[in-house]
Design a protein around this ligand. Structure first.
Ligand code: FES
Ligand code: FES
Length: 152
């Protein structure tokens, strides 16, 4: 049995410590915002925050995040997350939507660290989130809009 703090709630899970975090979050806890894409730390669909830092939950063993504050896409809160969600809606970013929770997690991580990123910084922060629908242009536009909202 392991105790985890997920989205502000303490939960107990019965799982092998080597189990990937993504399995526990989706299958044990029913939080299906983070997606299974490549399973090899390549696509970013499974991004989850551990103590505020993005981790690829498909390859992160449960034991690595014991005692850390886990945030899934469902648990995103705050000014940056609100701005990103609002900008995503405004620009109708999602196509099939599968990659979008991971994209939003990366955008929130970027704007939390750098509220006014340059184009190069946006590209750098987002280049390991793959979108098979190629929504990259709208993602970049939405990040700029969210940045504008944060500036005030
Ligand atoms: S499913 Fe984890 S990075 Fe692709
Ligand atoms: S919106 Fe379809 S994979 Fe990104």
């Amino acid at each position: 049995m392991m105790k985890l703090m997920i989205n502000g709630r303490e939960v107990e899970v019965i799982a092998d410590p080597a189990t990937p975090l993504l399995w526990v979050v989706r299958d044990e806890l029913g939080l299906t915002g983070a997606k299974y894409g490549c399973g090899q730390a390549v696509c970013g669909a499974c991004l989850i925050f551990a103590d505020g830092a993005p981790v690829r939950a498909c390859v992160t063993p449960l034991s690595n995040v014991a005692g850390q504050k886990i945030t899934t896409p469902e648990g995103l809160q705050g000014q940056v997350a609100d701005a990103v969600r609002s900008a995503w809606e405004k620009h109708d970013v999602a196509q099939c939507g599968y990659c979008q929770p991971g994209q939003i997690m990366s955008a929130v991580a970027l704007l939390t660290e750098k509220p006014a990123p340059t184009d190069a910084e946006i590209d750098d922060a987002m280049n390991s989130n793959i979108c098979r629908c190629a929504t990259y242009g709208r993602i970049r536009t939405a990040i700029k809009t969210a940045s504008g909202m944060l500036k005030g």
